[in-house]
Unconditional design. Structure first.
Length: 156
């Protein structure tokens, strides 16, 4: 079963990161399994370490590379086109109770908007359901109210 997805969108990278971290931590403290998804709008990215075996496999042309240990695994897959958020969730996040997605401003998913000004609400809403609107100056101490909104919104 696909978990609910909430996108954290806005201009302030620092605040989106802080909100993601705090939400993950506080939702985990409630016993929930939380997935985190990041949209990288700058094209190619590297999460592997240059010179390591998996990096060498990818540089040799492998379309999919995986690394597995006794406690975790990672798969790096070349994409012929931009993967859709629903496909990624369906394939990799079904064991989660909720997925928080940093970015994905073009998706149709519900969102938390981090605003610099009131104009940002319409800029980032794009017809999607709003979970919350957060001022970029919110402090970590104000996040518990947001956690409660997220839990209620997702019926967790």
């Amino acid at each position: 079963m696909k978990p609910p997805v909430i996108c954290i969108v806005g201009k302030s990278k620092r605040m989106k990161l802080m909100i993601m971290q705090e939400l993950i931590s506080k939702l985990k403290a409630r016993g929930l399994r939380v997935g985190a998804l990041k949209y990288h709008k700058h094209g190619d990215f590297e999460i592997d370490i240059e010179g390591k075996d998996t990096w060498k496999y990818a540089n040799a042309g492998a379309d999919t590379v995986a690394i597995i240990s006794s406690v975790k695994f990672a798969v790096i897959k070349k994409a012929n086109s931009k993967p859709e958020i629903d496909d990624i969730i369906e394939k990799h996040f079904t064991d989660c109770n909720i997925v928080l997605a940093d970015g994905f401003t073009l998706s149709d998913k519900p969102r938390i908007i981090v605003i610099d000004s009131e104009e940002d609400i319409e800029l980032f809403k794009r017809g999607c359901e709003l979970v919350a609107v957060i001022d970029k100056n919110v402090g970590r101490e104000d996040i518990s109210g947001l956690v409660n909104k997220v839990v209620r919104f997702c019926c967790l």
